[in-house]
Design a binder for this molecule. Structure first.
Ligand SMILES: [Zn+2]
Ligand SMILES: [Zn+2]
Length: 277
């Protein structure tokens, strides 16, 4: 918990200061956005609950895959005796970051489809987008992302030192791509995700709703036809329709929305049946 507090304080200072010089959306608040209270609650939830939840689910999945050998495998890898642990630490870290990116690209696309969207809409709900919204992720969304990433990392058998690099990298890059910065990385725009790349992903315009899914490597979006970063333009409106502004409302939103969708589908089927001769 202490390191995450230190990280948040550093992000507040560094990203806040950078934003003064090169904002993507200068009309957004400089330091304290309107939604900061809700974002702090989501941040607390993610650090208190999500880490433990991910470890528990990762263990359960490994047990499902390997039966009685699951716990032994978990311990061996934690002790640094996994399949990839003989490779240089930086190579291991690079492999993990790349493979998790490919998986999360497709998981992210799945969360943009009709029935999963209500869970992911929470992450898209801020109308003022800044790094503080990074952890506004519904538990169902988070568990899918992190358990898949956790299981893969363990199955690859990295040494714990590689995870020491990957975890802070993921935290930093996730906060950075949400920051209110007009950075595009110029010619490297296809290589590494920049704030402008991910801010386009949060644009409220339905025409560009399903673009820029990759967490770290935009060339995945180029390969799969979802890259969107028009030169000389910046996104300026963000948000998702119909999501409550308070945290409890946001936690309940997917279940309420899916219930309403099921109700509408049932009503449509009933009226179709009634119209049949
Ligand atoms: Zn999304
Ligand atoms: Zn995002």
């Amino acid at each position: 918990m202490l390191w995450s507090l230190a990280f948040a304080a550093a992000a507040f200072l560094v990203l806040g200061l950078l934003r003064q010089g090169s904002p993507c959306n200068p009309d957004q608040p400089r330091w304290f956005g309107r939604d900061m209270g809700v974002d702090v609650l989501w941040w607390l939830l993610s650090f208190v609950l999500y880490g433990n939840l991910t470890v528990i689910l990762t263990r359960l999945v490994l047990q499902g895959l390997y039966g009685a050998d699951g716990p032994r495998l978990f311990q061996a890898i934690q002790a640094g005796r996994g399949a990839l642990s003989h490779l240089p630490v930086l190579v291991q870290a690079g492999l993990v970051i790349f493979l998790v990116d490919v998986i999360q690209y497709w998981l992210h696309r799945a969360f943009h489809t009709r029935w999963l969207w209500p869970f992911h809409a929470i992450h898209h709900s801020p109308r003022e987008l800044d790094w503080t919204a990074t952890w506004r992720i519904h538990p169902v969304n988070f568990v899918f992302y992190e358990t898949v990433a956790g299981v893969l990392t363990l199955l690859l058998g990295c040494s714990p030192q590689a995870l020491v690099i990957v975890v802070p990298f993921n935290f930093f890059s996730a906060a950075f791509v949400h920051a209110n910065l007009n950075w595009t990385f110029g010619p490297f725009r296809y290589v590494l995700a920049s704030p402008v790349f991910h801010r386009w992903h949060h644009a409220s315009d339905p025409a560009i709703h399903d673009k820029n899914f990759a967490p770290t490597f935009p060339f995945l979006d180029v390969m799969f036809g979802t890259f969107h970063m028009p030169k000389g333009q910046l996104p300026d409106a963000y948000g998702a329709e119909g999501v409550p502004t308070d945290m409890l409302g946001q936690l309940a939103h997917p279940f309420v929305a899916i219930g309403q969708m099921l109700g509408r589908a049932r009503a449509a089927r009933a009226s179709e049946a009634a119209a049949r001769p």
